[in-house]
Design a protein around this ligand. Structure first.
Ligand code: FAD
Length: 492
């Protein structure tokens, strides 16, 4: 018999710690004693403000109302990501959260679109997607049964405060203090956290949310790390917040440079900016200078440099420690997936919660699923670097010529040769995402499905034009996104 899990200790109070704390307290708080330790002196990573639509699932679980959340975190709506200069210098596209055109039972919309392009009947693929056009035109609405697939840009510090309130309402106990030592049982499992002031916090299950430090999962348990930096060579970032100088756009901007890329995340109150770069080609000073040269508003702080290593912890759950957040691994924020991975790990832990004792089979299954999710997202991110026409710098030449994981190579070959998109059951990025990025990065499918030829060119034109007209009509009925946000937040 394994001992029952009654005391849960969360080490760390960044986005990961507070998301985990709020969810566990709300769902299991009646049966558990939950403690969270965080250190204001150490602080949080201070970035991580762009999300993807899956956050709705987490908020539904917690009973969070959208308008309240947006007002509390100065959030704006996000309908996708604009990739500028990624395919090539001066070539831009949007990866929106929407679906493309219409599929038929035999094949996806890309086959009709491809033939339309060949015949000069089709325009850019985003014209056939509501979210794409709404992002470009800055329009938005929340309508019953017609919701736009959307996410948010939010202030991460305010989000942690918002979740803290919720967690404390459900009985979570917060302790301010620095963890000085991690005490272990004879079998290596964690027994207690000793704080600098001498306090001892004992637990049955520990969540390591200590960020890149990985205080429990790595420093105490030496779990190991699979390094993916040969596929994703960026290893540094410099971040700075600026004053708002223009109305927020409804998408994240990702602007490629010669040895990295820059993000712009517009909030209601300010703009988050940063440069992700590869230290082999740019020093910290060069990256800072490039970022400062490319800002739109006045900086509100000194630029902050962050170092990271792309990859995954070998086990996300080891003994009685579950690593959530940056302690479990890191994929660069190109597709804003870290908060999603935090939420997935929390939901998985809730589903497999070891109330009756920690079982090796649960640990193995949890790790298998977590690993699979990381690998799928990793492949999607590598796609942006590998599939490019840029060869204007050593960085881009490296990316163009690097071998990629077989799983990704197969997807690229399948699409290039047949126009079909490889699908895995419950993968985060669906067909529409793969299509928008593959096409946006300049990958051209050689064939289209023969069913398209059942339409005459006139019928194909009519089919494509109708979809496009419907998209335009729908979007033109939406109000300006920022007027909508102002009004919406007042209802909170
Ligand atoms: P942290 O924020 O680092 O929190 C760690 C916590 O542990 C803190 O509370 C700290 O005080 C505490 N702690 C550490 N050591 C001790 C100790 N000894 N004693 C007590 N407490 C301790 N994700 C997205 O989804 N979207 C994005 O747009 C995005 N952009 C990013 C950009 C960059 C450059 C980077 C590096 C990451 C980005 N991420 C993004 C990832 C995102 O920032 C993280 O997933 C998220 O903030 C969670 O971080 P965390 O809570 O794991 O770690």
């Amino acid at each position: 018999m394994q001992p029952r899990v009654q005391k849960v200790v969360i080490a760390g109070g960044g986005t990961a710690g507070w998301m985990a704390g709020a969810a566990l307290a709300k769902m299991l708080g009646k049966n558990l004693q939950i403690t969270l330790v965080e250190s204001e002196e150490i602080g949080t990573v201070g970035v991580g403000e762009a999300t993807i639509p899956t956050l709705h699932i987490f908020h539904r679980l917690l009973g969070i109302k959208e308008a309240e959340f947006m007002a509390a975190t100065n959030a704006t709506f996000k309908l996708g990501i604009a990739f500028e200069h990624w395919h090539d210098i001066d070539k831009h596209y949007i990866h929106s959260f929407g679906f493309l055109g219409k599929d038929c039972w035999a094949c996806g919309f890309q086959h009709f679109w491809r033939r339309g392009v060949q015949l000069g009947l089709a325009s850019q693929i985003g014209d056939y997607c509501v979210e794409h056009l709404a992002a470009r035109e800055g329009r938005f609405a929340v309508l019953p049964n017609q919701d736009l697939n959307h996410a948010y840009h939010m202030d991460a510090g305010l989000y942690a405060k918002f979740l803290r309130q919720l967690a404390e309402q459900h009985g979570l106990k917060r302790i301010e203090g620095k963890i000085d030592q991690v005490l272990q049982h004879d079998d290596g499992a964690i027994k207690a956290l000793q704080l600098q002031d001498g306090q001892l916090i004992e637990g049955d299950l520990f969540l390591d949310c200590t960020g890149f430090r990985g205080l429990l999962i790595e420093q105490a348990l030496h779990t190991g790390y699979d390094d993916w930096s040969h596929w994703l060579p960026c290893d540094s970032a410099v971040a700075v917040q600026t004053k708002t100088v223009s109305a927020p756009v409804a998408y994240t901007r990702s602007i490629a440079h010669d040895s990295g890329w820059q993000w712009r995340i517009p909030l209601q109150s300010r703009v988050g900016n940063g440069m992700v770069f590869c230290s082999k080609y740019w020093s910290d000073d060069v990256a800072k200078q490039k970022l400062l040269e490319n800002l739109q508003g006045e900086p509100l702080m000194m630029p902050k440099v962050l170092k990271f290593r792309t990859g995954t912890r070998r086990k996300h759950w080891n003994k009685n420690v579950v690593a959530i957040g940056l302690s479990s691994g890191f994929l660069e924020p190109l597709e804003s997936t870290s908060i999603h991975l935090i939420q997935r790990n929390i939901i998985r832990l809730l589903q497999m919660f070891p109330s009756y004792g920690i079982q090796p089979a649960d640990i193995a299954e949890y790790n298998r699923q977590a690993q699979q999710e990381m690998e799928n997202i990793r492949d999607f991110i590598i796609l942006h670097y590998k599939q490019t026409d840029r060869s204007d710098s050593p960085f881009w030449r490296y990316c163009q010529s690097m071998p990629v994981p077989e799983s990704l190579q197969h997807r690229l070959d399948l699409f290039a040769q047949t126009g079909r998109v490889y699908k895995i059951g419950l993968e985060l990025f669906g067909e529409a995402s793969w299509l928008q990025v593959m096409i946006g990065q300049g990958l051209i499918q050689q064939q289209y499905h023969p069913i398209v030829d059942s339409m005459s060119p006139e019928e194909l034109r009519d089919f494509l034009d109708k979809i496009k007209a419907n998209v335009r009509k729908t979007v033109s009925g939406y109000p300006d996104v920022n007027d909508f946000i102002r009004h919406y937040c007042q209802t909170a």
